[in-house]
Ligand binder design. Structure first.
Ligand code: ATP
Ligand code: MG
Length: 457
């Protein structure tokens, strides 16, 4: 199968797409409207892949997508989208689109997608088992979240991934810098070559050079054989310099040279070695400040700051929390054989209100811990050990409390929730009920009555 269906009403773009496709040795049926495409699909024409615009005269791109997948459930459909139709693109992904590509069309990225479609199809025809293998190998790490900031980030990453540009990922600890770095590699033409990660903060200063560049036999006592460094191991692929802000100054000069000349020497080696690597960097420091204070070379900073990507902390995109909770709950419930484990609305509200200083990693750990500890089928607020900060929890309260009715009525509802949380909290912090009652400033009898009222065991 070498034929693609292209659905695009703008003639110049359609011609460009046809040319691109043909340059890959493929053929194309170009439909200028959804109706024409629909007729061809109804005739039973089979395609390697479908590339369709979303906004079309006649039947729109979503209709084309649906019809194409009905006639061939395995056909990859790539949706092209303008700025105005990003939301529809998300909808298209939910309906099973293979990927979407933003206008103006990045030809390299389109070619990359087409190659992947082709491999996908070929393997599908060869062997189903093989295809599973393929998907595992090529699987993009799941990046969960649909807050505007995360969507914007994903788009930036899709654009920069197919290039060889150096990307600097910035963000607090646990925001997903490594995850994004892996995604960039997976979305790049280097994805079949190694992805080599190196944590500059984890290696003692004296060993960094050896780790990065390797050594020749006999270059120092104990160097009994030649050893390749990470840069050589990453040849053809991607190297990820994590915590680059921790790189000693002397090593910064050597990394700068690699960025400029793509060459280096092993320790004790006379030969200069050329490497072809794509460099991704990450830091949770403010490198601009480090530059000012002389801890980081300015020239290196400029070299790596070509395409800075800043991942916002989780508290700045609380809309993502719910989706992440579901994602981790599904994962851990699966891993820990607790199918059907749910989480209460109150617990969710608590998670949404919390500030997450450790970001997504902290949320991940929190859900894992709750999944392990919970011996019922619903995770309750008291199973979580998070304490919301007051200001942020206003938003959470808005979700948790039904604000209808009079001031007194809403206040009473809020008070009930606070009471329940407070009691659960006191019980968790203390060993006996008497101690808990003391902490709450009530008698043990009142505590017992209130626990009964709230259904707390
Ligand atoms: N958007 C996301 N969707 C799903 N999982 C995520 C997302 N962002 C981060 N994670 C997960 O959160 C954890 C922390 O992410 P990662 O290790 O990439 O963070 P980091 O920024 O490199 O942190 P550090 O600075 O501490 O090294 C990982 O398990 C990662 O898979
Ligand atoms: Mg990291």
């Amino acid at each position: 199968m070498k034929r693609l269906l292209i659905v695009e009403d703008k003639e110049s773009l359609a011609a460009m797409l046809r040319e691109t496709v043909e340059s890959e040795g493929l053929e194309a049926d170009v439909a200028s409207s959804g109706l024409v495409a629909s007729r061809w699909l109804a005739e039973g024409r089979q395609y390697l892949a479908v590339v369709t615009d979303l906004r079309l005269p006649g039947a729109d791109g979503i209709a084309v997508l649906k019809q194409a997948r009905e006639s061939d459930p395995d056909v990859p459909v790539i949706v092209m989208t303008g700025f105005a139709t990003i939301e529809n693109a998300v909808e298209a992904m939910k309906l099973g689109a293979y990927d979407f590509i933003q206008k103006p069309i990045d030809v390299d990225y389109l070619l990359l997608l087409l190659r992947r479609c082709r491999e996908h199809r070929e393997l599908r025809h060869e062997n189903l088992l093989l295809r599973d293998e393929f998907q595992k190998r090529h699987r993009l790490p799941a990046i969960v979240g649909d807050s505007p900031r995360l969507v914007e980030l994903s788009q930036a990453i899709q654009r920069v991934a197919p290039t060889d540009s150096t990307v600097l990922l910035q963000g607090e600890s646990g925001t997903g810098k490594e995850l994004f770095a892996r995604a960039i590699h997976q979305l790049s033409p280097r994805r079949d070559r190694p992805f080599v990660a190196i944590n500059c903060a984890a290696i003692p200063d004296t060993l960094v050079e050896n780790e990065l560049f390797g050594h020749e036999k006999g270059s120092f006592t104990g160097a009994t054989a030649r050893q390749l460094g990470k840069f050589e191991l990453a040849d053809g692929g991607t190297i990820f310099l994590d915590e680059i802000g921790e790189l000693p100054l002397a090593m910064q000069a050597k990394v700068l040279r690699i960025l400029q000349e793509r060459r280096f020497e092993r320790i004790g080696g006379a030969a200069t070695i050329d490497v072809d690597v794509r460099i991704l960097c990450a830091t949770n420091r403010n490198l601009a400040v480090d530059v000012k204070e002389g801890r980081f070379r300015e020239d290196l900073f400029f070299r790596i700051n070509v395409f800075p990507v800043t991942i916002p902390p989780l508290r700045a995109r609380r809309e993502d929390i719910d989706g992440l909770v579901d994602f981790f709950l599904r994962r851990f419930a699966g891993e820990l054989a607790k199918p059907g484990l749910r989480i209460s609305d109150e617990a969710r509200a608590l998670l949404r209100a919390y500030d997450w200083p450790g970001n997504i990693r902290e949320l991940e750990n929190c859900i894992e811990r709750a999944t392990i500890l919970c011996d019922r089928n619903t995770i309750e607020a008291r199973d979580l050990n998070v304490v919301p900060n007051e200001r942020a929890s206003e938003e959470g309260l808005r979700d948790a409390v039904d604000l209808s009715g009079t001031l007194a009525e809403a206040g009473e509802r809020a008070a009930r929730i606070v009471e329940r949380l407070k009691i659960a909290d006191a019980l968790r912090r203390t060993q006996t009920r008497n101690e808990a009652a003391d902490l709450l400033g009530i008698t043990a009898r009142t505590l017992a009555a209130k626990m009964k009222e709230h259904g707390i065991e």
